[in-house]
Design a protein around this ligand. Sequence first.
Ligand code: PLP
Length: 249
Amino acid sequence: MSIKENLEQVKQNIARAAVKAGKRPEDIILVMATKTVEPERIREAIKAGGLIIGENKVQEAMKKYKVLKDEDAEWHFIGHLQTNKVKDVLTFADMIHSVDRLHLVEKLDQRLQQEGRSLDILIQVNTSHEESKYGVAPEAAVSLIKQTARYDTLKVRGLMTIGLFTKDEVKIRTCFKMLKEIYDNVIKEGVDRVQMKYLSMGMSGDYRIAIEEGANMVRIGTAIFGARPTPDAYYWPSEKTDADRAEQM
Ligand SMILES: *Cc1c(COP(=O)(O)O)cnc(C)c1O
């Protein structure tokens, strides 16, 4: 199937899941996860109606941005972000889904202050409790949200998670329910300057479930572009690197 046909299929599935969840199809935002996908194929997807590009690696994204920046698309950064890449990520990203620690918040704020602007961000939560997945621990999420809210340059607009990779639907739902609960609690409690607007959860294998559990933003790669050549371990290392560990201290 072509990218266009895949995209149409995905949009149909999103619409169906939305209706099942009592929402309108247009309430669900599709972010195309474009890691490893060549610019020309991304361009094809944009032409076919993909409005948002989601990239995982800063260098890879910058290369593609050079080629595609005149296309009518928004750029989201959805991968793990190291603090030494903050300056670079801000050259293309309209939104960052993966803010997960105060140190990163501080570095983003410093750079945004220099540039005299603000940025929409999501807080990434590790709902699967896997060491290999990045994100703030669920029990620390509200605290990080409140701390982040103190920085004028950062506009917290929602939450993001990666569900557990398993065939066990109950376990996947548990991750999504957890994120929705934090989202609802923050709305109920109300945090100054924080606006819970986007719940970014669901990938090719689990976006229907995610939408049923309240997602209004899904990140989909394989179902649009086909299987990737690089193993996912390249993007989600099975072990955190020493640099990551050092940063988290
Ligand atoms: C790759 C990726 C996705 C999409 O994965 P698929 O299974 O190919 O749909 C979603 N979110 C993040 C953070 C990703 O890295």
